[in-house]
Design a protein around this ligand. Structure first.
Ligand SMILES: Cc1cc2nc3c(=O)[nH]c(=O)nc-3n(C[C@H](O)[C@H](O)[C@H](O)COP(=O)(O)OP(=O)(O)OC[C@H]3O[C@@H](n4cnc5c(N)ncnc54)[C@H](O)[C@@H]3O)c2cc1C
Length: 410
């Protein structure tokens, strides 16, 4: 078995697999992905799989657009289902300013060819009969949104990449990385040593420790992130369609249908960092201990907006680690100080943006220039290292804003 390749990707979550797939599509099939455990073993396996075309920053919308397209292409190539549910989403406005801000985005979506319209409270009620519209000014409706099976999408990308000639090694933790010559990187794993011209670090919060070996102090830490799943909701059982996902900046939380239940992801106002002293060596792919007390104030908002949520019992509460850069945007692109080193890490919404980011990075690697300018995700923005305290403070500020648009003060 060959242990040298043009590209070695570290990390087999949805992002690493998306990079491998996009490189293979561009003809760079001499690529190997090295995964510590199994594909999806990081944050990907427990993600809710929500995909919206309305992210935190309008500039990133193309990544959302390309992500769903990429998963659908991989599904068509392989027959591996990505489990897409095209439910659409509603981003609620509880102030006139919020609704106005949503309206300013209409030309952008028109240009991108993404269905988008701003609707009033009556239309919100028609689209989602479980929403209490008291105090609601309306919502941004993105009908092309939905949710995928995150594991299914990852495996579709992996299967399609393999079919094009790319290689995937599972149970293969990378322990050491170093540059031994120009255009030659050495990756030591527990099962052998690999060599590559290019290395892509797509190892989420583990990327920080790998990069420290190279003298890079990347601001990549994780938060604990909760999602709550209710028992079956009789009103949903009685409906003949799935309701849209609700993103409520006032909670802040997202709530979507999961079979006949509701699944709610919460952005805590006072979020809790995880493993800031280093990811525990023994950490496999387990969930963290949930803390319902921290969620209480948020869930009160959700119950007021969707009373059926409060009327149902709770079936499960999941708490998983979520990589979250200080500005909430991933690090995608080259590390200028280390020729041949690339980052695809720090994805808070990696299902929503991973497919598009994989394509963006692959185009940059193959063409030697980015396909379009997107300074918001360029790793160069963190070229000067930041103290841990500043980093944590900025992470908390950004995370706690949840779905509030950067142009709105709350
Ligand atoms: C509760 C919860 C709900 C979420 N819901 C959504 C959602 O609805 N929509 C959305 O877009 N996002 C969601 N997310 C976020 C989403 O899970 C992540 O953004 C996404 O999974 C990140 O993918 P990734 O490939 O970057 O990282 P990961 O999936 O964490 O993959 C990194 C991989 O690197 C591997 N690795 C690490 N170190 C090494 C090493 N040394 N050698 C080899 N391999 C290594 C790991 O084993 C892992 O498989 C959610 C997150 C949580 C916690």
């Amino acid at each position: 078995m060959r242990n040298d390749a043009k590209v070695a990707i570290v990390g087999g979550g949805i992002v690493g697999c998306a990079v491998l797939y996009a490189l293979a599509k561009r003809g760079w099939t001499d690529a190997v992905l090295l995964e510590r455990l199994e594909l999806t073993a990081g944050s990907t396996w427990h993600a809710a799989g929500n995909i919206t075309h309305f992210g935190h920053y309008a500039e990133i919308t193309r990544l959302y657009v390309d992500s769903l397209k990429t998963y659908q292409q991989a599904e068509a190539q392989t027959g591996q289902s990505i489990g897409f549910h095209p439910t659409g989403s509603l981003r609620l406005a509880t102030s006139a300013a919020e609704l106005e801000a949503y309206k300013t985005l209409e030309p952008l979506y028109e240009k991108l060819g993404v269905p988008y319209n701003v609707v009033d409270a009556d239309e919100v009620e028609r689209l989602h009969p479980l929403v209490n519209t008291d105090g609601l000014f309306g919502a941004a409706h993105t009908p092309a949104d939905g949710h995928v099976d995150a594991s299914g999408a990852t495996h579709a990308l992996a299967k399609a990449a393999r079919a094009m000639g790319a290689d995937i090694r599972r149970q293969c933790p990378v322990t050491h990385i170093r540059q031994i010559a120009n255009q030659c990187w050495q990756l030591v794993t527990e099962t052998g040593t690999h060599y590559a011209e290019h290395v892509v670090l797509a190892a989420s919060f583990w990327t920080r420790e790998l990069a420290l070996q190279l003298g890079l102090d990347l601001p990549l830490y994780a938060f604990e992130h909760h999602e709550v799943i209710t028992d079956d909701v009789p009103e949903l059982k009685a409906m003949d369609r799935e309701v849209p996902t609700i993103r409520d900046p006032a909670a802040p939380a997202n709530t979507r249908q999961e079979r006949h239940s509701l699944l709610c992801g919460v952005y805590e106002t006072d979020p809790v960092l995880w493993a800031t002293d280093g990811i525990p060596k023994a950490f496999g792919q387990e969930l963290l201990v949930p803390d319902m007390d921290r969620l209480e104030n948020h869930l009160i908002h959700v119950m007021a907006r969707i009373p059926a949520f409060g009327a149902s019992g709770i079936k499960a509460v999941n708490n998983g680690p979520l990589c979250f850069p200080p500005d909430g945007c991933p690090l995608v692109g080259p590390v200028l100080s280390h020729a041949g080193l690339w980052l695809a890490a720090g994805f808070p919404v990696g299902i929503g943006t991973g497919g598009g980011a994989g394509k963006y990075l692959a185009d940059w690697m193959v063409d030697g220039k980015p396909p379009y300018s997107l300074p918001l995700i360029n790793p160069a923005r963190f070229a000067t290292s930041m103290s841990a305290e500043d980093c944590f403070a900025q992470m908390k500020r950004t995370y706690a804003r949840g779905y509030v648009m950067p142009t709105i003060t709350r």
